[in-house]
Design a protein. Structure first.
Length: 108
């Protein structure tokens, strides 16, 4: 064991001791934490997410090559707003797809 591991173990035991004393004083019986995994949605594959996102932005992607810089800036602003919204809603897979679309657009 390293010195830092020993310090961490001592701190863990110290905190555990304090918690046990508190539990005894307040007649608390620790119980196992549980969670409901049945409510989780099925995670989509990257291919499905990309395909779904491309369906939404197909028109924008087709016209990308013909757009002016000003038009691209407007689309980039819109995509960044969608990215922020996806992150806010904790839709990280969708956010990753949008991020990739932004990178692709900025690369042209």
């Amino acid at each position: 064991f390293t010195e830092s591991m020993i310090k961490a173990l001592r701190e863990t035991y110290r905190r555990r001791s304090i918690q046990e004393k508190y539990n005894k004083a307040h007649n608390i019986t620790p119980t196992k934490a549980t969670s409901n995994v049945k409510g989780l949605e099925v995670v989509k594959t990257d291919e499905n997410l990309t395909q779904g996102f491309n369906m939404l932005t197909r028109g924008k992607v087709r016209r990308l090559k013909r757009m002016t810089k000003a038009e691209k800036a407007i689309i980039a602003k819109d995509l960044k707003a969608q990215l922020d919204e996806a992150i806010k809603n904790r839709e990280f897979e969708k956010a990753a797809v949008i991020r990739d679309q932004i990178k692709e657009m900025e690369g042209d």
